[in-house]
Design a protein around this ligand. Structure first.
Ligand SMILES: NC(=O)c1ccc[n+]([C@@H]2O[C@H](COP(=O)([O-])OP(=O)(O)OC[C@H]3O[C@@H](n4cnc5c(N)ncnc54)[C@H](OP(=O)(O)O)[C@@H]3O)[C@@H](O)[C@H]2O)c1
Length: 337
């Protein structure tokens, strides 16, 4: 263990896509845990699109915007290295939203969960498929989308962490899984690695024609990670009573100016569509059940996962920007040890 805590601080709000100038690297002494607390050495940092909203600048819907000098918000997987808390002995692994920093003191109240290691379930997956992104996919698909066997499920950002899990869960439920991703290489990964039935490229200008071919029976569930024009196109091919779980709006996070409204609202009553937003943190009661299912699927290889891993806290800003630009496949992580 080094004697320095390396942190990434929020410096300024980006105009559009963030740059390295919006972040600052800081080195501080490693904190000492007091009575009832423990020190974590963080092994992995999770990088997620929601962090862009917390940075503000241009359009953002987050009420919790960061202030200059704040440690960037983010989930880490940490190992207890010093403990003065009876429930968290040295060697315990935990996941919590404890910030972009290599070391942090906790009293346990700010954690998401304690990791109970399982055979064939790598620790890093507790920030991805067995952590927040996997559980997001599980909640949004199984509770909000609720597909029936034989139905067609379409998901955007399909090569990413949430999207790749959604498609595999849909296949496991007996559905046709169609992904939407950026570029031919990502589309090949979605079908050949993640096992979707088809994947279409939103960067081409014939999305509606591609979708008609990939989903010949229409769309029953559209798991929306991006919003914008892709949403409008998929809505046009939704079946009557289709469900649209709204998970995120990747097409908007770096946009400047006012968000635009949906141009085909009439489809909601024409086709009796149901669009419903959901937030992972409102479903904490379901996390253990969802995690247990996802762990079992990883352990017996019914669920494929991919990780894009940057090395070292200093490289976290660049990896974060890369994830927003689509350089990742699967979960974007930073390895810290
Ligand atoms: N509701 C919740 O509780 C909750 C929880 C977690 C995550 N989310 C949301 O879930 C979505 C996926 O998150 P994730 O962590 O799994 O990220 P991810 O999909 O692993 O990574 C982000 C991906 O977004 C795609 N992208 C970037 N700009 C885009 C654009 N303008 N249009 C379409 N795609 C774009 C890129 O893939 P391409 O190369 O294919 O463009 C990139 O790889 C996000 O919207 C996120 O905010 C919601």
């Amino acid at each position: 263990m080094t004697d320095t805590n390396t942190q990434v601080l929020f410096k300024s709000a980006p105009e559009g896509m963030p740059t390295s100038d919006n972040f600052e690297i800081a080195h501080t002494p490693i904190p000492e845990p007091g009575d009832g607390a423990f020190l974590l050495e963080n092994l992995f940092l999770s990088l997620d699109p929601y962090m862009r909203m917390l940075m503000g600048g241009g359009w953002t819907y987050s009420p919790n915007t960061l202030s200059p000098g704040d440690v960037m918000v983010g989930r880490v997987l940490g190992r207890v290295v010093k403990s003065r808390h009876p429930d968290y002995p040295v060697g315990t692994h935990v996941v919590g939203r404890l910030g972009w920093q290599t070391h942090v003191v906790s009293d346990g109240t700010d954690l998401d969960f304690v990791v109970e290691p399982k055979n064939n379930v790598p620790l890093s997956t507790y920030l991805g498929t067995c952590g927040s992104t996997g559980v997001t996919a599980w909640v949004g698909l199984k509770i909000t989308g609720a597909p029936k066997p034989g139905e067609t499920v379409v998901v955007s950002a399909a090569a990413g962490s949430v999207g790749s899990t959604v498609g595999q869960l849909a296949k496991d439920m007996g559905c046709r899984a169609v992904g939407i991703a950026g570029g031919p290489e990502k589309c090949r990964t979605v079908t050949d690695v993640f096992g979707f039935d088809a994947c279409i490229d939103y960067k081409r200008d014939d999305l509606a024609a591609q979708l008609a071919e990939a989903a010949p029976n229409g769309v029953d569930v559209y798991f929306d990670n991006v919003g914008g024009e892709v949403l409008e196109t998929v809505m046009g091919q939704c079946n009557r009573l289709a469900r649209i779980p709204v998970c995120g709006v990747l097409a908007r996070y770096n946009e400047l100016g006012e968000p635009f409204g949906n141009k085909n609202m009439h489809l909601f009553f024409d086709k009796s569509l149901k669009m419903e937003g959901f937030v992972l943190t409102n479903h904490k009661d379901i996390w253990p059940k969802a995690r247990a299912e996802l762990e079992a699927m990883i352990a017996d290889k019914r669920m494929v996962y991919r990780e894009t891993i940057a090395e070292g806290m200093e490289n976290a800003p660049d990896a974060f920007i890369g994830m927003l630009q689509g350089r990742n496949v699967g979960k974007q992580l930073v390895k810290l040890v």
